[in-house]
Write a protein that binds this ligand. Structure first.
Ligand code: BG6
Length: 481
């Protein structure tokens, strides 16, 4: 038998992502009918109340519809609930009982406020919920800097071995992120070009149109750098830049990622001002609707950045001299996450220097809103060309969009929860990776402080402060807007 324990079960993440993901696994027969899913949170609910909440969450958030009502009803019967104050050590015993005892495989999903972390781990230990049969998935935020992240990692390590710990970065559950590895390592075409000889720069954009979404306190203390760059964007960078691992296994992949993270050139007091732009949105319009500025949403002035653009470098042989431009922000012009590989120009143009339509090749890997991989190549425009050849960039669609049109697009958490339940760690972040990520981020934040950098205002619904455009255009490139 198996049990899944969901901490924070009445929260937003659980309603929008976790319960719909577990349901997705259940309807596809990937979650056995005897798996007990035990939700826990502080809210005083009984099992019936939790099932009603879950039914509503599924009705609202399962994108493709509930499908068969019988299956939905059966899934709801697998749900149980225990009211628990994380600081009340006596409550964890009830949790162990609701899970159906300790003689089975147990997967815990923990998304808890950092202040409750140690108490929760102690409670789990006191109820016997830390044995070798238990795996623990940890949702961010796991600290707010290297020191606090190490404290959290130490607290978890006191009760669980690294093999039991599944640190979640939900970007790794996204289909296109995994497809990046297939593209790089299942094709012979790209690897010889995947280096500074052929690549001029890399751009990673994670642009959002949403604002604070009610997460005021959390976001005000985090900001875009810690909310998005520390985790999702550095993971994307590591996957783009890493050497081929010998196998698609947890340690082989993570060994290569951590080498990249360790090779990031620190951005510090000397380079922060020239390598970073930070911004904060003012009022504007997104999707034709007027929206408030950040400070107005917050109710007070703030120096938290809602936008950040960085120019990073990976100091190793492969990436010598190749800038990695990263940008992310809230209330930008469009929602899109993408990686752009900008190749160099051909060494010599046989068509002359000023032939129209000549442009360097580009590989665009789009994560959302559409999953898509596109290679832009230069092609001859059909025609008789008496006045000379005419060229134009055309997109070669190498995505699996149509080839796999019949397979359902899954939520990232479906993959991650299934891997947690079945014990595959490849798509989870190892401690040394998280700590290398924090080390890079802490240095940037110190650099901002040393330079007295404050976020520059930008109008909601635009691509961020104009200085972010200058950051890349200074180098003769431009963002893919
Ligand atoms: C979360 C951040 O980790 O990722 C949020 O805390 C952000 O601020 C979210 O909105 C973005 O995730 P996705 O999958 O919608 O790109």
């Amino acid at each position: 038998m198996t049990a899944v324990l969901l901490f924070g079960a009445t929260g937003d993440l659980s309603r929008r992502m976790l319960l719909p993901s577990l349901y997705g696994l259940s309807v596809d027969g990937l979650l056995a009918a005897d798996v007990r899913i035990v939700g826990t949170a502080r809210s005083a609910l009984d099992v019936a109340g939790f099932r009603a909440m879950a039914a509503e969450a599924l009705a609202t958030h399962v994108a493709h519809g509930l499908g068969d009502q019988e299956k939905a009803d059966a899934f709801l019967q697998q749900l149980f609930y225990v009211t628990l104050d994380a600081n009340d050590q006596s409550g964890y015993q009830r949790l162990a009982e609701a899970a159906g005892g300790l003689e089975q495989s147990i997967s815990i999903f923990l998304s808890t406020a950092p202040s409750l972390f140690t108490a929760t781990i102690q409670g789990l230990a006191s109820a016997g919920l830390t044995g070798a049969n238990v795996r623990i998935g940890l949702e961010k935020p796991l600290g707010s800097d290297l020191a606090s992240s190490m404290r959290i990692n130490d607290a978890v390590a006191a009760a669980f071995s690294e093999k039991q710990i599944f640190r979640i970065d939900h970007y790794l559950g996204k289909e296109t992120v995994q497809n990046l590895l297939a593209l790089r390592f299942a094709n012979v075409l790209f690897e010889p070009l995947w280096r500074s000889d052929s690549i001029a720069h890399v751009q990673i954009t994670v642009a959002e149109t949403v604002g604070l979404e009610g997460r005021t306190d959390f976001y005000e203390n985090a900001g875009a750098l810690r909310d998005m760059v520390q985790n999702h964007m550095l993971q994307l960078l590591a996957l783009v830049a890493m050497e081929p691992p010998s196998h698609f296994t947890a340690n082989a992949v993570r060994d290569e990622k951590v080498k990249v993270l360790d090779s990031l050139r620190p951005i510090d007091g000397a380079s922060a001002a020239s390598h970073c732009v930070i911004g904060q949105y003012g009022s504007g319009a997104v999707g034709g609707q007027p929206v408030k500025g950040y400070a107005e949403e917050l109710g007070r002035a703030s120096s938290t950045e809602t936008f950040v653009a960085l120019k990073a470098h990976v100091d190793n042989w492969r990436w010598k001299g190749v800038p990695f431009y990263l940008r992310t922000g809230k209330r930008l012009a469009a929602r899109k996450s993408e990686i752009l590989i900008a190749f160099r120009s051909v060494p010599h143009s046989i068509f002359g220097e000023d032939v129209r339509g000549m442009a360097p090749d580009r590989l665009l890997i789009s994560l959302q809103p559409e999953e898509n991989i596109q290679m832009s190549l230069v092609s001859k425009v059909p025609g008789l060309d008496r006045a000379g050849i005419r060229l134009r960039q055309v997109a070669l669609d190498i995505s699996a969009k149509d080839a796999f049109a019949d397979s359902r697009r899954r939520i990232a958490y479906e993959q991650l929860l299934l891997d947690l339940i079945e014990g595959r760690q490849t798509l989870f972040v190892r401690r040394d990776e998280v700590e290398a990520q924090w080390g890079f981020i802490d240095s940037i934040r110190r650099g901002w402080a040393e330079n007295g950098m404050e976020p520059k205002p930008y109008t909601a619904g635009t691509w961020g402060p104009s200085a972010a455009i200058a950051l890349i255009e200074r180098d003769g490139a431009s963002w893919n807007d």
